[in-house]
Design a protein around this ligand. Sequence first.
Ligand code: GLC
Ligand code: MG
Length: 543
Amino acid sequence: MMNQQTRSSVNPLAWWKSCSIYQIYPRSFQDSDGDGVGDLPGLLSRVDYLAWLGVGAVWLSPVYRSPMVDFGYDISDYTDIDPLFGTLADFERVVDALHERRIRLILDVVPNHTSDQHSWFIESRSSRDNPRRDWYVWADPGPDGLPPNNWLSRFGGSAWEWDERTGQYYYHAFLREQPDLNWHNPAVREAFADVLRFWLRRGVDGFRVDASAVLAEDPLLRDDPPNPDFDAEMPPTDKFKRVFTDIRPETMSYIEEMRAVLDAFPDRVLLGEVQEGFRHIGQFYGGERPRFHLPLNSLLLETDWDAASIAARIDQYINAIPDGAWPVWVLGGHDKPRIATRVGLQQARIAAMLLFTLSGTPIFFEGDEIGMPSSQISSEDACDPFEIRVPGFGLNRDPERAPMRWDASEKAGFTTGEPWLPLGDDVAQRNVAFERGDERSLLSLYRQLIALRQTEPALLAGDFRPLRSRGNVLLFRRCTRDRQLLIALNVSDGSETVSLRGGGMVRLNTLLDRIGEPVDSQLYLRPNEGVIAESCVPERANE
Ligand code: GLC
Ligand code: MG
């Protein structure tokens, strides 16, 4: 406590509020040994890039021991590194190298389930009276030997898998190779607390909690009700509403317990994956007993791309989080189609400017900063188990997981071998080296936006004041007592003009060619252009 107070009197904003967070999917970031899969020594060789880019924290997808059925989200040992990625010593080198550059490390952890190869599960399934039997969710068959109830796996089929040897079913929210831990069991929670402490003691600065909403299931195993919106076009996994497995009250208290473990270490952060969009996001902050610092919000990836829709989404989200809660915005990730493909390369600049000028912590995914597209991968070539088990609904996550492109060489500088996923199109012009050499590239824009947010008090902590969007221009202000910024984003491919009450100056524009330009009573925006302007107040700003 004392510690935190002293710290906050020096720097009033916690590090996780002031930094930009960069998600690394280690399989696809940098390979060092030619096996076509990224690894920790590879990551280590790229930390200078992260420092150059200016990010303040890395969120690292799982590198634990894993059979890799779900590419690391199926963990068989929580306290070791998979040989594919390296060793614990490599991990420590990465932590040190990041910390030397003042970059924090946030580890992805997966508390909801383990791999079926985890020793806990091997013991649990060995007999009904094994001491770890109750570490997983076991149930007797329903009538006629059918599964105990109608719960569906998110990755296809029943969520129950029959276990011949012990004559019961076990529950898995995801793959059958990912049995759910029984979070109602205090011994499981204590074991997981030890996992967190193991990494906290190794200097990890926080965690991103995977699938946090589904930790606990209804102990009565009640059937889920039909989904009234379901139709044949939707994946069969959406047939029921997951009332009895998602966001249970007990789950909330288990998240509070995790937070308490974290809070015993100074200055750490807890991020949480929240599946259900913005409607329930507020609860994940908690109240008197805190839950996540940052429940992840991916609304920017789901909104229709017009000024009214974006403004509405921002408003709905801000209204859905508690007073005083710190917002967080995610622009990409290993489960989401790429923003550059969703909105196009020109609007990807607008999306970037939006990400770094909204109020709250910005998070983006490796490769978004160079405009990487979702790569084209046919259903037959899919590696993603989600696509393989629920084919034909566009659920494949391989496209966003294509390897990072570092240069224009044959394997894009990612590997000397055969990349585990195809590199995708347009590598020659869309790679780090090429864009570093172009001072008006998307990469240069990211770097400038990150730097501007870092140094501009109005962007870091100023009030967020929405304005009525006019036509195709999304408008808002960020203000402190003595600083005023107007953000004007033209989401269309026609030119637009915003009338102002008084003039000012362009701080940054998405095409990076108007910095310092004076603005008088009209702010002109070219097609697909966004501008951050200082001291400008639009007409009818209502204040
Ligand atoms: C989360 C992860 C996803 C994984 C799933 C099961 O949603 O982000 O990649 O497949 O959990 O662990
Ligand atoms: Mg669960």
